[in-house]
Design a protein around this ligand. Structure first.
Ligand SMILES: [Zn+2]
Length: 108
């Protein structure tokens, strides 16, 4: 049986960090609206990096929300694919994972 309270704290903290980072990314992107062209060209590359960071952050938040929901349903720590318990060492590394080691391997 996994210590859900421990992982809830980890997941909530991670979600808050990501939410904060996404807010900063949005602000950085917004602040690039009224610049001259030369500056814009340089910033455009930076913006693409920011946008990539933003979308990977959003994807991670979605996985964290799903993990918190499984927690509310008492299913956290069990593989959504085969139903086996997920090893705690694995959750320590990827707390939001919905898959046990075997199923994650199968998915590549
Ligand atoms: Zn599994």
């Amino acid at each position: 049986m996994v210590d859900t309270a421990k992982f809830r704290a980890i997941l909530e903290q991670r979600r808050d960090e990501l939410t904060e980072r996404l807010r900063e990314i949005d602000e950085a992107l917004d602040s690039h609206q009224s610049k001259d062209w030369e500056e814009l060209a340089t910033e455009r590359e930076g913006d693409e990096v920011l946008e990539r960071m933003g979308s990977s952050g959003k994807a991670e938040i979605a996985k964290i929300q799903a993990a918190l929901q499984r927690m509310d349903e008492g299913e956290f720590g069990y593989c959504v694919s085969c139903g086996d318990e997920i090893a705690e060492e694995r959750l320590d590394v990827v707390p939001h994972t919905p898959f046990c080691h075997n199923c994650a391997d199968k998915r590549g």
